[in-house]
Design a protein around this ligand. Structure first.
Ligand SMILES: Nc1ncnc2c1ncn2[C@@H]1O[C@H](COP(=O)(O)OP(=O)(O)OP(=O)(O)O)[C@@H](O)[C@H]1O
Length: 337
């Protein structure tokens, strides 16, 4: 479950320190999730080949683009018939969005279906609209939705404020995680976690209890304990910021984690740590939507589907083969395929 904190208008309650405005944040807001407070059921993903063998036929999802093909994902895809079939988590239909200020259209009819337990990767040339899509999902104020629909867990996401989307289970790790000068990581996470607990009518965790809760999660992302006392992302290296994002995800949990270029700026070891942490958080009940330019991440966090975004639309969907073609021959090969 998730929460959007508007620091400029929602000061934390004592004893947490007052929050100054965010640095590097276009909206003075930071989205993150609060845990669903239920035990995670760890799972391993079925092999990609097994999943792809079971795919339903490809169906055009945008009548105006004859080349556009996207699989109609089914809750029975790859299903063993014994456990209950996965539920539909996110359904995006013909989503259109403009930049709020200029009214320039960026998303021109995005279609996407995500079931519980799936990992979706979105790739695409710079400027194709990947980050915009993820920000529109979480209700970023820089964008206005001008058409289409987003259903998340059976509810109309577009009717929800960013905070509500967050509480409904969306987490977003931004491409450039923001700094929060003057606020320690542990206070920040404690506050976010408690906000969720308050919402659920649960007692808040005090600093000592919260420390006990968060400590094991540091191991998951291979972060030193000192990072808890440092101000959020202040002076963090690019890789440390990315690890910190995943720490937030580990602490707060999510039904759908949107990870925007979580691999950028990571060294080989850090990439493995982050991928391992994300894999460790995946269950049959939650899903990941990740944006990446590189196959190396997809080798570690194995996607159920890879989508290619072009000029504000998903124009192709497939398996890891797409990323391999891309790596070898670039986007021209994908467009022609
Ligand atoms: N707030 C904004 N103001 C002005 N232009 C914007 C804004 N948001 C997005 N754009 C423009 O919309 C287009 C899509 O941007 P977006 O960040 O979604 O692309 P992307 O596919 O994520 O690119 P990259 O791979 O480089 O991260 C770009 O041309 C970008 O300049």
């Amino acid at each position: 479950m998730a929460l959007l904190l508007h620091f400029s208008c929602s000061p934390p309650s004592p004893p947490l320190s007052p929050l100054p405005s965010l640095r590097n944040s276009p909206s003075n807001s930071l989205l993150f999730t609060v845990p669903a407070l239920r035990p995670h059921r760890f799972r391993s993903f079925p092999s990609l080949s097994a999943q792809t063998q079971n795919r339903h036929s490809l169906t055009a999802t945008n009548a105006s683009l004859s080349a556009v093909e996207s699989p109609v994902t089914s809750p029975l895809d790859g299903h063993d018939g014994e456990s209950p079939p996965p539920k539909l988590l996110l359904q995006v239909k013909d989503l259109r969005a403009v930049i709020a200020e200029s009214k320039q259209e960026i998303l021109k009819g995005v279609n996407l279906v995500v079931y519980e337990g799936e990992v979706h990767a979105i790739m695409g040339k710079n400027g194709s609209g990947k980050s915009t899509f993820s920000k529109v999902l979480v209700g970023h104020p820089d964008y206005e939705v001008t058409g289409g629909s987003i259903i998340f867990k059976g509810e109309n996401l577009l009717d929800m404020e960013p905070e509500e989307r967050s509480l409904a289970g969306l987490f977003m790790s931004f491409q450039s995680p923001v700094e929060i000068p003057g606020v320690s990581n542990i206070d920040f996470l404690n506050m976010a976690y408690n906000a969720r607990r308050r919402k659920l009518g649960l007692p808040e965790l005090g600093p000592i209890e919260f420390y006990g809760y968060i400590s094991p999660k540091l191991d998951l992302v291979n972060m030193k304990i000192e990072f808890l006392n440092r101000n959020v992302n202040e002076g963090f290296s690019g890789g440390e910021r990315k690890r910190n994002e995943i720490l937030q995800l580990a602490v707060l949990g999510a039904d759908l984690a949107i990870l925007d270029e979580i691999d950028s700026g990571l060294d080989v070891d850090a990439l493995e740590d982050v991928a391992k942490a994300v894999n460790g958080l995946l269950t049959q009940k939650n899903s990941v939507l990740m944006i990446t330019h590189y196959i190396r991440l997809l080798k570690s966090i194995k996607p159920t589907y890879i989508h290619i975004m072009e000029d504000g639309r998903i124009v192709k969907t497939g398996d890891i083969t797409i990323a391999k073609i891309l790596e070898k021959d670039g986007y021209k090969a994908i467009s022609a395929a």
